[in-house]
Design a protein around this ligand. Structure first.
Ligand SMILES: O=C(O)CCC(=O)C(=O)O
Ligand SMILES: [Fe+2]
Length: 363
């Protein structure tokens, strides 16, 4: 495979990186998508207080990218507001998710993710074990992706409940007007140039590496956790983990429970901030940046007594892109930390590990 990296600027970012990520708060960024008219289903929102992610003024884009770099180096998480995904699209998606999870268990298990060859479908309570030291995660999920032709492990068709069983569910997830995933993928495509700038790369650096949005979307439902179920601390909503792709766009409801671990091991609450998404970096970026950008450990424990819903959408690069450390993230004193693998092989391996412990469910 041919290396796609630009001319080396050895060590540049290593020098800028602070590695003592002892953050106590998660920063809030704003993007205003005033120059992004092609997005389907999005409202254009103008807020002059905020730097425009697609401003014609490079200095504004640079300033936003600098803040994103700071968050990426020191926290690995930030909130994004002024994202312009319509509240109605989010609301429709969450209502449909609630209806799906309210189906009888057998109807859901008919779509068990273990039956799928491309990691699509339903994950039962305790079906996933995100932290290998855990005993299973106390959430159920439904995974879908982009049905674009492809020949890799994650591409291919989605699975759906019968229309008679759950009228309108597929339409909400797929129709252009109501589709959350399309809007969120567009938002992700807006973020890639900012991340490139944050890495002192040409803004178009990721364009030819993200030609098929390798985006997996999940509907997640966390029932309230009773104390008894967590006696040994090994069953929580989602066990401590890092995400696998470049970054995640996460919508969370107002219930709370997401926590992010800083370098002291302290768990910082990612409290729900109305009107925002949580953006967090994943392992693909950590590998590309030789850990200069942090793929920060996080978990969810839902002790609210309420049902919690969230929608993560994971953005990776195309399957065959090599996760090579950027020259700016290597120095003589700081050599490459990871073996070079393709983005797709990495994600596939992590997905297989995540579901391995419940494999017999789908047989
Ligand atoms: O539900 C959440 O808030 C987080 C979900 C998550 O971390 C994941 O799916 O990787
Ligand atoms: Fe995660």
């Amino acid at each position: 495979m041919i290396s796609q990296l630009p001319t080396p600027q050895p060590g540049l970012l290593v020098a800028k990186a602070r590695t003592d990520s002892t953050f106590e708060q998660i920063p809030i960024m704003s993007v205003s998508l005033t120059h992004f008219p092609t997005l389907v289903g999005l409202r254009t929102k103008i807020d002059s207080d905020f730097t425009d992610a697609t401003s014609a003024d490079f200095a504004k884009r640079r300033a936003l990218a600098d803040r994103i770099r700071d968050a990426s180096i020191n926290v690995g998480f930030f909130y994004l507001k002024n994202h312009t995904i319509q509240e109605a699209v989010i609301a429709d998606t969450i209502t449909a998710a609630g209806d799906f999870f309210a189906l009888p268990i057998n109807a859901k298990l008919a779509l068990d993710i273990h039956k799928s060859t491309n990691f699509k479908g339903y994950t039962a309570l305790l079906g996933e074990n995100t932290n290998p030291e855990g005993r299973g995660d106390l959430h159920e999920g439904f995974d879908l992706g982009w049905e674009e032709p492809g020949n890799n492990a994650m591409s291919g068709v989605n699975v759906w409940p019968a229309e008679t069983l759950l009228p309108g569910f597929r339409d909400v997830m797929e129709s252009n007007k109501r589709r959350y995933s399309r809007a969120a993928v567009s938002l992700g495509q807006l973020l890639f140039p900012l991340f490139a700038l944050a890495l002192d790369l040409p803004e178009a650096f990721f364009n030819d590496k993200t030609t098929k949005p390798a985006a997996i979307m999940r509907l997640l439902h966390y029932p309230p956790q009773k104390p008894a179920i967590d006696d040994d601390g090994r069953v929580i909503g989602i066990g401590a983990h890092t995400d696998y792709e470049c970054f995640t766009i996460l919508w969370q409801d107002a219930v709370g429970g997401l926590q992010v671990q800083n370098a002291d091991g302290k768990w910082i609450d990612a409290v729900p901030v109305p009107g925002t998404f949580v953006i967090n970096l994943g392992d693909q970026f950590a590998r590309w940046t030789n850990d200069v950008f942090k793929s920060t450990v996080h978990r969810v424990t839902n002790r609210s007594g309420l049902e919690r819903y969230s929608i993560p959408l994971f953005f990776g690069t195309d399957y065959d892109v090599l996760l090579e450390p950027l020259p700016s993230c290597i120095s003589e004193d700081y050599p490459p930390q990871y073996e070079v693998v393709t983005a797709g092989d990495y994600v596939k391996r992590r997905l297989e590990e995540t579901y391995a412990h419940s494999k017999s469910n789908g047989d």
